[in-house]
Design a protein around this ligand. Structure first.
Ligand SMILES: Cc1cc2nc3c(=O)[nH]c(=O)nc-3n(C[C@H](O)[C@H](O)[C@H](O)COP(=O)(O)OP(=O)(O)OC[C@H]3O[C@@H](n4cnc5c(N)ncnc54)[C@H](O)[C@@H]3O)c2cc1C
Length: 367
């Protein structure tokens, strides 16, 4: 027995060019699942087309969007948008059974499509729907799936290098699906940049017929009841976000964050301990196990800047940190640092912004 351990899956293999197995040659092109739900496409789909474009260009292959839905305008519109955001072609599975997302028919349809057209790489959004679907499809295909990636690249031998946080977010590891195809990965919304939209772009539509039978699907949708509370939170796509951490010291003091957010017309959120203490809802948590945000302005008050928080906010254009401790890690990545007591500064900031902003914002604050 050799003393040399086998290479770890997380080992960087750059430079170690290796011939891929012959049967992998049947798998070509990069696919992005276009997440269409109740007539709207989740914007993570366009972010993934931007990331997929880079992978496809590096591999010298085509980029395809995959659209599943009921026959109709919304499905066709999603298809057209996929081309505007960079797809060269789009696979289309239209069936009334696919009107609303259900794991069974979606997983079956996507698995059949993959088996028929064999993509090299398949990307999905790490949304509630995307995670549910990706897990089922990877299991049906008996292939590897790297979840919640923060970086995607093509290695020297053409393998997908999917990087994601590990060990509670304190390390990043790069994972390869070496022995199976397709290589699957999910990426959370706002991790990748949205590519520019070119409305003149067009592409090929490849329709695909799937054998679906409603009588054989055990899940039925009786009624759709939207979760009003969660749909109110638009943290991931907000231009301005104000967030608080344990430094605020009490749930009552969190109102200072809400006030400043209202004055700025911003969304509010917080660090994980605030969710755990019940000061804010889980849909307002920012960070590795919460939302990834990419606002123009992020104001963080009483947040230390632990790595698990940092990974969710470092895409912000401008980070303003308020913290009493000048050595707090958040000052390592904030653009503007204010060393002071947030509990005293927040009301003064709110008042100053209120004076400058419109009566509408002031009314909201007063209300
Ligand atoms: C697997 C895993 C996943 C995680 N996921 C997330 C995640 O998604 N999001 C997340 O946020 N965390 C996450 N965490 C937790 C993370 O490691 C930190 O524990 C957390 O971010 C700390 O929250 P905090 O900054 O609010 O609190 P603390 O670390 O306690 O920091 C409080 C800060 O407030 C400052 N302060 C105190 N008083 C004041 C004052 N009056 N004015 C101004 N500043 C003041 C202090 O100097 C300190 O820097 C995760 C941890 C693990 C292990």
């Amino acid at each position: 027995m050799s003393d040399t351990p086998p290479p770890a899956p997380t080992q960087s293999r750059a430079g170690a060019k290796k011939e891929l197995p012959e049967h992998f040659r049947a798998y070509k092109h990069v696919w992005v699942f276009v997440e269409l739900e109740r007539g709207a496409v989740h914007p993570v789909s366009w972010e993934l087309l931007g990331a997929g474009r880079k992978l496809a260009d590096k591999l010298g292959v085509e980029l395809a969007g995959v659209v599943l839905g009921a026959p109709g305008d919304a499905t066709r519109a999603a298809l057209a948008e996929a081309f505007c955001y960079g797809a060269d072609l789009a696979y289309l599975i239209e069936d009334p059974i696919l009107a609303d997302y259900r794991n069974e028919p979606y997983a079956k349809a996507l698995t059949q499509l993959v088996n028929a057209h064999k993509p090299e790489i398949l990307l999905l959004g790490a949304t509630t729907l995307g995670r549910d679907l990706a897990g089922s499809v990877a299991t049906s295909l008996l292939t590897g799936l790297t979840a919640d990636c923060t970086e995607l690249a093509v290695d020297a031998d053409g393998s997908l290098a999917a990087t994601r946080p590990t060990f509670g977010g304190s390390l990043l590891c790069t994972i390869y699906t070496l022995n199976y195809r397709p290589q699957m990965a999910t990426v959370r919304p706002r991790v990748m940049l949205t590519p520019s939209r070119d409305e003149k772009r067009e592409g090929r539509i490849v329709p695909f017929a799937v054998d679906l039978d409603e009588d054989k699907i055990i899940t039925k949708i009786i009624k759709f009841i939207p979760d009003r509370e969660s749909s109110k939170t638009n943290l991931a796509f907000a231009d301005v976000v104000v967030a608080g951490g344990l430094g605020l010291q009490s749930a009552e003091n969190f109102q200072l964050i809400r006030n400043l957010a209202a004055a700025l017309g911003a969304e509010f959120g917080g660090s994980r301990p605030l969710t755990q203490k019940g000061w804010i809802g889980a849909d307002r948590q920012i960070g590795q196990t919460g939302k990834t945000i990419r606002p123009k302005l992020y104001i963080a008050a009483g947040i230390s800047g632990a790595v698990q928080h940092r990974v969710g906010v470092e895409g912000a254009d401008c980070i303003v940190a308020i913290n009493t401790d000048k050595n707090a890690p958040i000052f390592d990545f904030a653009h503007i640092g204010i060393v002071t007591d947030a509990i005293r500064l927040l009301p003064a900031l709110t008042e100053a912004f209120c004076k400058r902003l419109s009566p509408h914002h002031r009314d909201r604050l007063a209300g």
